[in-house]
Design a protein around this ligand. Structure first.
Ligand code: IMP
Ligand code: MG
Length: 171
């Protein structure tokens, strides 16, 4: 397997800092429920939440749309739901990547139906040209071309999530 680094750990850290500043400004000092989508969103969310100064409540949603391949099935399965009641709360959904958009859109629609006060979405990566449904994340770390990448939470099969940088995966 060959690796080509697309984003180094230093580049990612700097960008997460900028996103945190933007989120801090937008949310004022109001409490936010931060919702990483598992499993892919956990590393980014862990870095991001430690840079936020406002009161943060963490809860998690587990989704699955991929099986073991490289393309989304388009059908988003809810594997595990929230424990928090988000009615009238500020909610920020955090995921690794917005690709076809199915995952983020279906979870955003689901949470919207529960009556949050505000609902925003945040991803570290955006592959806009692959979008199949209409969604633009409110906060985007990096817009990237249509290449399959891993690391920093992103997987292929069951591996690669733990790497601190983002790289193209070529078998
Ligand atoms: P969606 O196609 O926008 O629904 O993305 C669903 C999920 O696919 C993401 O949360 C990622 O876990 C995964 N995914 C999309 N693109 C890539 C990639 O390039 N590498 C690894 N995982 C990906
Ligand atoms: Mg994945």
């Amino acid at each position: 397997m060959k690796e080509k680094i697309l984003l180094t750990a230093e580049e990612i850290e700097a960008r997460v800092g900028q996103l945190a500043e933007q989120i801090t400004e937008d949310f004022k000092n109001e409490e936010v429920i931060l919702i990483p989508l598992l499993r892919g969103g956990f590393i980014f969310a862990a870095d991001l939440c430690r840079k936020l100064p406002m009161p943060v409540v963490l809860d998690f949603i587990t989704t699955s749309s991929y099986g073991s391949g490289k393309a989304s099935s388009g059908e988003v399965k809810l594997i595990q739901d929230l424990r928090e009641d988000i009615t009238d709360k500020n909610v920020l959904i955090v995921d690794d990547i917005c690709d076809s958009g199915h995952t983020l859109k279906s979870i955003r629609d689901l949470l919207h139906s529960r009556g949050p006060r505000s609902l925003k979405t945040c991803v570290i990566l955006d592959k806009k040209e692959r979008r199949e449904v209409e969604i633009t994340p409110d906060y985007i770390g990096f817009s990237i071309p249509d290449v399959f990448i891993v690391g920093y939470g992103l997987n292929y099969g069951r591996l690669h999530r733990n790497k601190p940088y983002i790289y193209t995966y070529i078998e």
